[in-house]
Design a protein around this ligand. Sequence first.
Ligand code: 0O2
Length: 204
Amino acid sequence: MTDSIYGGYANILEELRSMMEERINTYTKEVYQETGLKICEHLIARVKSEDSMREKCNRKGVPETPESALKRMRDSIGIRIICPFIDDIYENVNRLRNFPDCEVVEEKDYIRHAKPNGYRSYHMILELETNYPDILGNPKGKFFVEIQLRTIAMDSWAALEHQMKYKKHIENQELIVEELKRCADELASCDVSMQTIRNLIYQG
Ligand code: 0O2
């Protein structure tokens, strides 16, 4: 059996994933009780699989070691929060920024600044201070958590586009890329209209 890319840290990563998931579920329930609004449609949390982490280390040209997986890659723990409306994304972002024992080390707003292919999402990297020692020997070890926040529309688009990337031979690739971009822009426009309608409903 080959050694885990996460060394002896696989169980800790699972524990931290579960703890983060619980924290997010807790505040979304609180918001629902206070306002009646569901700011999270659903969330998916995972520890990146061994194979994907090894593939990513190779892709980034770093050795396949626990240190790379835990310190150079920052998505060993990944959480995707799917939101009904665009404003819900920013509401979640504000709450995540104030999480205790967490430092926001990176934020990328691919909603205000979509990628050229049409990809939209809000990305955050949090660094979590824990009571577990980390691979560098810090007694209060630090672990990265990548959080992606998207609307339902952005999520279905990203899933389809992801399928295209992983399929080796595609006919009419140029046309598909063009159509995907068109579709991303239409969905973005719908997300804005849906937000406006919701605002109108709640104004009245
Ligand atoms: P997977 O298989 O989803 O885990 P990084 O690549 O993380 O070192 P970078 O390049 O700054 O750093 O990443 P960025 O732009 O923050 O994107 C990281 C993740 O966002 C990707 O992870 C994807 O999950 C998602 N993502 C980014 N761009 C696109 C896109 O154009 N289309 C789709 N479908 N997803 C995207 P991985 O590890 O690349 O892939």
